[in-house]
Structures are given as structure tokens and as C-alpha cells.
Design a protein around this ligand. Structure first.
Ligand SMILES: *Cc1c(COP(=O)(O)O)cnc(C)c1O
Length: 382
């Protein structure tokens, strides 16, 4: 009965979402702070005053939302934690200021960046050559390669866990292939600078897309957005799930040239006309307007990240310097799953991986100060 293509499917396994008891959840890189009040107010208002509207299809192209996202990116340069906030005003730091203004034509949005990635894979990757990406990166990329039957060329990380840029470029040029990776990368938390990204882009195949997944950029990376001016093959994927406390509502987006955005729309309209529902569009617009609030929360996450990093290093852990809302760390002599189990006894969930090469590590999402203090207490016994 089943289609043959099912044999190629190896579904993504997300961090557990337990229902048996209330845990402190530091296992899925969710934001520990709730959305701004104006976001739930926007949803409540849409339900109350626009009840009839709920019975109608939403704007298929999310026009107002895409304008709001473009404005938010112009106000932050794509890095919340360095944005300068005065009252409700937000402006990018000098380092992040964009050399041009983004508009709605540069933005595509979908039902979470996982769906956006799926549409992007369909739009840009053929079956006749391998897609180049790091061995350890977001684990949905190999899942979608299976889904779309796209060959893979996975490049091992270097001994210091950073991307092997030279090897990736060499392989992309050899097979004239597209490239994708997360920057900052997951689960390592390491980021490439814009200078390094520019160097890669200038040496990568020009007739294939170069995709940077910036799910964590707001916590301290450098965005590739300013490079769109010089590289028409650059495609940037971002999400509301992490820095905008929106994982429960599902909203992700692409930033690229208007030409590539049009191509992505063609695929979307051949698959699902309405990936972003009416309430999510309203909540998304309200979130963009409250960006000053999220900028401040991102800064708190960065502070706590430093505090947890210092704490673990003082106790002999190996902790990779992170530019994200999580850290990737290990303790000599204890497997990742043992650390996970110990911490779970204290009512805290963190993530470990059975993937060969990274079994020793745990990935810990940065929580509030209170959550981190509970984690520190749990880790003292290890
Ligand atoms: C979390 C994450 C995503 C998915 O985000 P959603 O918008 O929640 O689907 C995509 N890429 C990376 C690297 C992530 O960590």
C-alpha cells in the first residue's frame, strides 16, 4: 500500500515535549521569556473584533506581515542582542546597520522555518548533484534530502568543531553544487564572521544558491543580510521561534532578492496557498512592532549564557564559545546521555545526541536566571 519513497524517509526527532510532569525545559532552544503582551492582545482582539474574519481565508501572501518583518530587520540589522533600544525605539548597532533598506519584496514567510526550508529545498536543489553541508549541522537538512531525494555531500567539522570552509568550497566547486549551513551553527553554537561568509560567497559557485540558516543570529552572530547587495545567489532563512518567543505559533521567513523570493512563491502556491494563518499573521505583526522588548530579552540570554559558560569551565567542563541561545558542552569521562539522565532527576530537561562524534556532548538551552540557577545546582552533583 505504501509508496516506495517512504523507504527514504528518516523523520526528524525534536527535543522531547513531556506531558507526565512539569520540567524546566532547556532542551529545545525555546525562548524562556513569554511573548510581549501586545502579541497575545493582538490575537485576542482579532478573535473578538474580527470574528467573521476567522471564517475567511487569510492573505495568501502575508503582505502586511512581510512589510513588518522587513521593517524589523532594518531596525535591528538582524541581530537583536546588539540593537540599541531607547524606549520603544530600536536601531541597529553600527556593526549591524544594513547598507540598504529591505522591503516586503525581499521577504517570504511560511509556517515555521522548517516548512520554509522544505519549500526552499524544493525550489533550488535538483537530484543530479549533491547538496554540500556540514556533517554536524541542523539535522533537518538530511531529512529533507531524503524527502526530496537530493544527494548529500556532508563535510566533517574541523578538530575545533568549526566548519571546514575550504573543504566545503572545494566540494561545492567540484560538483557545481549549492551549499547550506546554519550560522551560528547548530548544535555547536559557533559562528562565522561576515568577512568569512563574504569570502565563501565570493568563491562558491555563482549559479547555485548559497543558503545561510540564521535561526540563532539574534543572539550574537553576524548576519549575512548586508551581503545580499553583492551576492544575488544568497538565501537567508530565519525564524520567529527562538528570538521572538514564537515556537508555539509557527512562523519562519526567507530574506533574499525579489527574483528568488518570486520563485519561492511559485513553489508555495503549488503546495499550500495559505501557510500562514490569519491569527499568526496578526501575532507576527505585533511581535515585529515590539522588537525593542525582544532585543532586551536577547541581551538577558547572552548574559546568562556567559554565566553558565563560566560556571561549567570552572568545574572542568569543555564548553564551546557560543553565539546562540544554547551551549554545547561536555565533561571528560561522562557520556552525554548520563548527564542528561542525572539532570532529569532534578526536573530539568537538556538535550543529548546519539549521533556518532558528538555523543559526549550535551546541548543546554539558556533559560532565565532562576532556571539556570536550578540547572547549576543540579550540575554540581555531577
Ligand atoms: C529551530 C531551528 C529551525 C526551525 O525553526 P522553526 O521556525 O521552529 O521551524 C531551523 N533551523 C535551525 C538551525 C534551528 O535551530
Amino acid at each position: 500500500m505504501l509508496a516506495k519513497r517512504l523507504e527514504q524517509l528518516h523523520p526528524y526527532v525534536p527535543g522531547e515535549q513531556p506531558k507526565d510532569r512539569v520540567y524546566i525545559k532547556l532542551n529545545a532552544n525555546e525562548n524562556p521569556y513569554p511573548p510581549h503582551r501586545s502579541v497575545s492582545a493582538a490575537v485576542a482582539k482579532a478573535c473578538r473584533c474580527q470574528r467573521k474574519r476567522l471564517g475567511l481565508y487569510p492573505d495568501p501572501d502575508s503582505c502586511e506581515l512581510r512589510s513588518a518583518i522587513a521593517r524589523m530587520l532594518n531596525q535591528t540589522g538582524g541581530v537583536f542582542c546588539r540593537s540599541q533600544v531607547t524606549g520603544k525605539k530600536c536601531s541597529p548597532s553600527p556593526e549591524d546597520t544594513l547598507p540598504f533598506e529591505l522591503t516586503a519584496e525581499n521577504i517570504f514567510c511560511g509556517n515555521g522555518s522548517d516548512e520554509v526550508l522544505s519549500i526552499v529545498f524544493y525550489t533550488f536543489f535538483d537530484n543530479d548533484r549533491p547538496l554540500v553541508f556540514p556533517e554536524h549541522t541542523y539535522s533537518f537538512y538530511p531529512v529533507y534530502c531524503g524527502y526530496y531525494n537530493i544527494p548529500m555531500n556532508r563535510i566533517p567539522l574541523k578538530a575545533d568543531w568549526s566548519l571546514d570552509k575550504e573543504k566545503m568550497l572545494e566540494q561545492a566547486n567540484t560538483s557545481d553544487s549549492a551549499t547550506i549551513f546554519a550560522n551560528p551553527n547548530a548544535p555547536t553554537g559557533i559562528s562565522l564572521s561576515r568577512v568569512e561568509l563574504k569570502d565563501m560567497l565570493s568563491r562558491a559557485p555563482k549559479n547555485k544558491v548559497f543558503i545561510v540558516d540564521e535561526a540563532y543570529c539574534d543572539f550574537g552572530g553576524q548576519s549575512a543580510i548586508p551581503l545580499l547587495k553583492d551576492f544575488p545567489n544568497l538565501v537567508i532563512v530565519r525564524t520567529f521561534s527562538k528570538s521572538l518567543s514564537f515556537a508555539g505559533q509557527r512562523l519562519g521567513y526567507v530574506v533574499a532578492s525579489p527574483e528568488l523570493i518570486k520563485a519561492i512563491f511559485t513553489v508555495k502556491n503549488s503546495f499550500n496557498h495559505f501557510p500562514v494563518d490569519f491569527l499568526t499573521q496578526q501575532a507576527g505583526i505585533a511581535s515585529c512592532k515590539a522588537v525593542y522588548y525582544y532585543a532586551e530579552k536577547s541581551r538577558l540570554v547572552v548574559e546568562e549564557r556567559q554565566s553558565l559558560t563560566d560556571f561549567l569551565r570552572q568545574r572542568g567542563w569543555f564548553v564551546i564559545d557560543s553565539s546562540t541561545n544554547f551551549i554545547f558542552a561536555k565533561k571528560e569521562g561522562i557520556a552525554g546521555h548520563r548527564i542528561y539522565e542525572e539532570v532529569k532527576k532534578s526536573g530539568i530537561l537538556i538535550r543529548h545526541f546519539n549521533t556518532p562524534g558528538i555523543e559526549d556532548f550535551v546541548r543546554i538551552t539558556i533559560g532565565t536566571k532562576k532556571q539556570n540557577n536550578a540547572l547549576k545546582a543540579a550540575l554540581k552533583n555531577i
